[in-house]
Write a protein that binds this ligand. Structure first.
Ligand code: IPE
Ligand code: IPE
Ligand code: MG
Length: 247
């Protein structure tokens, strides 16, 4: 299936966002506020992912993309990084069968070569198992960075067109890590910061942005509904005037 690029044509505006992309932020502060170690926030954060996956499936969202580990998160203390990796492994072990039973497809995007071979194998197996599921595609961005994505796509595009010096957006787009998904309709960032932190730089061109102070472990289906309600009140103009939309 091919999707409309927001910059080369005006895309459809779905009432329920077809693609929701989330920066799950605030796990550490959630834990610190409770005098718990930061990792306790990450553990609780996995539960919130489960809740939001279910809620998205029930609401008819087709793509849910969550930022789990950025290419800059390696800068954290080694102990926190290794705990996050272990948590990723346990989450895969526990959740993949359930996702499969619920017709959910799992994708993991990012530079996975920096992960343990065991984790890479688990990811490949989970993707293979769920590849033909159609209800909802959940993408976990792991060791992902928007700039990494654009650079790796450029590399592949150049290799696919030997000798060419002039390129179009249409030639780049199929090489982006999430070429299988439409551009996000709704972006949510929890945890109070209002920045993109090198998430989907290319794909967020015309995405509606929603920021909430709620820490990720406290994010619920109701909070997702608040974000969707906010989205539904936006006028998505894609460069046109409001008057043009009324015609
Ligand atoms: C988001 O929560 C999870 C990851 C980046 C892995 P944080 O760990 O960034 O939590 P805060 O922002 O420090 O509260
Ligand atoms: C963004 O959160 C990355 C993830 C949620 C995985 P960060 O906590 O790393 O972002 P900054 O450092 O506050 O911008
Ligand atoms: Mg953070």
């Amino acid at each position: 299936m091919r999707y409309t690029s927001s910059t080369t044509a005006v895309p459809d505006v779905p009432n329920v966002p077809r693609h929701v992309a989330i920066i799950m932020d605030g796990n550490g502060r959630w834990a610190t506020k409770r005098f718990l170690p930061r990792v306790a926030g990450h553990v609780k954060g996995v539960e919130a992912v489960r809740t939001v996956v279910e809620a998205c499936a029930l609401r008819g969202v087709e793509y849910l993309t969550v930022f789990a580990f950025s290419s800059e998160n390696w800068r954290r203390p080694e102990e926190e990084v290794s705990l996050l990796m272990r948590l990723f492994v346990t989450a895969l072990e526990r959740e993949v069968a359930k996702m499969h039973a619920n017709n959910i497809r799992l994708k993991v995007v990012g530079d996975l070569t920096r992960f343990d071979q065991k984790l890479q194998d688990m990811i490949a197996a989970a993707e293979r198992k769920t590849a033909n599921n159609t209800r909802l595609t959940v993408t976990v961005c792991a060791n992902y960075g928007g700039r990494w994505d654009i650079m790796q796509a450029i590399g592949k595009m150049v290799a696919a067109h030997p000798g060419a010096t002039d390129f179009s957006e249409e030639q780049l787009a199929p090489h982006l890590a999430m070429a299988y998904a439409p551009e996000p309709d709704l972006f949510i960032r929890t945890g109070g910061e209002e920045r993109i932190s090198n998430f989907l730089l290319w794909q967020l061109a015309y995405t509606e942005l929603y920021f909430t102070d709620t820490y990720w472990p406290d994010f619920t289906a109701e909070k997702l509904d608040e974000a969707i309600a906010s989205y539904q009140h936006r006028e998505r103009r894609f460069g046109r005037t409001g008057e043009q939309l009324k015609k």
